[in-house]
Ligand binder design. Structure first.
Ligand SMILES: Cc1cc2nc3c(=O)[nH]c(=O)nc-3n(C[C@H](O)[C@H](O)[C@H](O)COP(=O)(O)OP(=O)(O)OC[C@H]3O[C@@H](n4cnc5c(N)ncnc54)[C@H](O)[C@@H]3O)c2cc1C
Ligand code: SF4
Length: 325
């Protein structure tokens, strides 16, 4: 690891003052320190934000508010989250390991970098790490890579679970930078790789994530997250599905669906939502709707299996919710 300056400010203003184009914010450090050890991230200054007032889970008429520095384990365990937004609890509980969840923050989770092995290996070309150098995954080992949203420059998946649940629920992310505070729908926050895969989100230089708001949605209580992975725990998703259903009688009135492990960003499935609306809670409905899950998918040499896996993962999530009624 290279030498770096260190600062631990106590206010948002002084955090911004300490940060320059070459610095990095430190929350839990579970992504940042890893990447610094590998020389993939080489900030000249680390700004520890743990003393900033960015904590607190609360519910009001607007919805559920969560601070950027709340820990993954605290949010997963919070009674309001567990009862009103179980899809968020599930997504967090199925992420990483208990030790990591105790350390890692909500803001850091949303900003974690891809797990593409080439991105972490300095001896291989990677457009995300070094723009213009090439993409080793396109013709290399791409079993875990994206089938949705990839480009000729990058096919890395967004690895997070939480963002999938949050995008299904139309979450807004709160940001604070030199121009003041601003809010961005999480769905607009993440960028497709296109020709500039090193630009992963719309965060401006020095800007901080201060928290998120998940809009009030009564029927988010009927929600779940299903994750399929190579190991039963401590592993990233090959495919995952976040689903919330508004069911009256035995009819699905409205649905929210997003998937992970398959896209270059957390992937909302509007076409599946439309296929579910107005249909009965039944296996045939789930199968038909899930048939649209991989619309537009472009498999690579080693990951075509993700297309049927994605459909089955979605059917499992829908079945879980349907059976619970
Ligand atoms: C072995 C392992 C397994 C894992 N498995 C999973 C998994 O299954 N699912 C999953 O979702 N995640 C998984 N993770 C990722 C883990 O959840 C993230 O590393 C963690 O959430 C990052 O949070 P952090 O607070 O430690 O972030 P940090 O490492 O502190 O920061 C991450 C990045 O975000 C920036 N940052 C942090 N907070 C802010 C802020 N408020 N404003 C602006 N920038 C900020 C940092 O500068 C850095 O670039 C795994 C990690 C490991 C090491
Ligand atoms: S998929 Fe993206 S992150 Fe992986 S090697 Fe290619 S450019 Fe780099």
């Amino acid at each position: 690891m290279r030498a770096y300056d260190f600062a631990a400010p106590r206010s948002l203003r002084s955090a911004l003052d300490k940060a320059d184009a070459d610095s990095a914010y430190l929350a839990g450090g579970t992504t940042l320190v890893d990447l610094m050890k590998l020389d993939v991230m080489t900030p000249s200054r680390v700004v520890d934000i743990n003393r900033l007032p960015l904590h607190g889970v609360r519910l009001d008429r607007q919805g559920l508010h969560i601070g950027a520095l709340d820990r993954m384990s605290d949010v997963a365990d919070h009674p309001l989250v567990r009862t009103r937004y179980p899809v968020i609890s599930r997504a967090l509980e199925l992420s990483a390991s208990p030790q990591l969840r105790n350390m890692a923050s909500i803001g850091g989770n949303l900003l974690q970098r891809t797990r593409c092995g080439y991105f972490r290996d300095l001896s291989t070309p990677c457009n995300k790490r070094e723009p213009g150098s090439g993409c080793s995954a396109l013709d290399g080992q791409n079993r875990t890579h994206a089938v949705l949203g990839g480009s000729d420059a990058c096919v890395a998946t967004h690895p997070g679970d939480l963002a999938v649940a949050l995008i299904a629920l139309d979450t807004v992310v709160h940001l604070y930078g030199s121009g003041g505070a601003r809010d961005v729908p999480l769905a607009d926050f993440y960028l497709l790789p296109g020709r500039t895969p090193h630009l992963e989100n719309t965060l401006r230089p020095g800007e901080l994530v201060t928290g998120i708001t998940v809009p009030a949605l009564r029927w988010a209580a009927d929600s779940t997250y299903v994750k399929v992975r190579d190991r039963a725990s401590y592993e990233f998703a090959l495919a995952s599905a976040a689903v919330a259903l508004d069911v009256r009688g035995r009819t699905i009135v409205e649905a929210r669906v997003a998937v992970g492990g398959v896209g270059t960003r957390p992937w909302r499935l509007r076409q599946v939502e439309q296929a579910l609306a107005g249909r009965p809670l039944a296996a045939a409905t789930y199968e038909t709707a899930a048939g649209h899950a991989a619309d537009g998918a472009r498999p690579l040499r080693h990951n075509a299996f993700k297309i049927p896996l994605l459909r089955r993962t979605l059917v499992r999530a829908l079945t879980e919710l349907g059976d619970a009624r």
